[in-house]
Design a binder for this molecule. Sequence first.
Ligand code: ZN
Length: 292
Amino acid sequence: MVNSTPYIGRFAPSPSGPLHFGSLIAALGSFLRARSLGGRWLVRIEDIDPPREIAGASDQILTTLAAYGMHWDSTVLYQSQRLDVYQQQINQLLATDNAYYCQCTRKEIKAMGGSYDGRCGTRIQPHKTGAIRIRNHYGVAQFQDQLKGTIAVDNQFAAEDFIIKRSDGLYAYQLAVVLDDIHQQITEVVRGSDLLEPTCRQISLFKLLNCPSPDWLHLPLACAEKGRKLSKQNHAAAIDVVKPQASINAALTFLGQAEVVPETDVTKMLVQAISQFDMTKVPTQSEILLIT
Ligand SMILES: [Zn+2]
């Protein structure tokens, strides 16, 4: 990379349950990438969707990361403590006519063909309540992924004025994640391939906010069956906190890396994993079926 800014990566789980093998891939992949480049690695808890959260999950995730020897730099950032920042940004976007209220129902959007057509943004008398949508001036339809090359999405999806605050008052993931990546000065986002498409929307927001986008690197997803990633929603088993050695090696194998010698002190395993980490060996497909 010709970029001379110091590398800053991150792992950003939502506290909807304990870490499972799928989230371990994202954690370890982002950690190894950052450390192998001599960079910093930050942790952010994405806790802005209370209905999906489980009490105690944040602490459990952090305890698990520590048990796996993945020690983060700086303090953990909690999105729930940043709501004022999100709201201020939304106020500014509304004030500059870069966002608007929308009252369209799901049914109405379905009748538009499934993609929102921007009708509330052209009203002579704008709504004063409802969901808030961005004026998607940039309509980003493709980007470069560090692992997968050019990623292109459907033009209609790319152009859509997407929601940045829901009608129920919850802040949308797209807005929060971009504001936090700016705040934490993230230079590269390493995460699962389920977030490939939303990346275009996030780049649109970076442009609208006049901030440089980080680089993007999307890892393969661990799937129990085709099209179904391991997730808290489908009850993926929590990874072993007491004996992490086997899971670390399984995750390394998944990421195309050589296994390391099992050690009681897992930080020694990670030192070895960092020194031999080879990005070019990470599989480029979006999904890998686990053989169980
Ligand atoms: Zn509308």
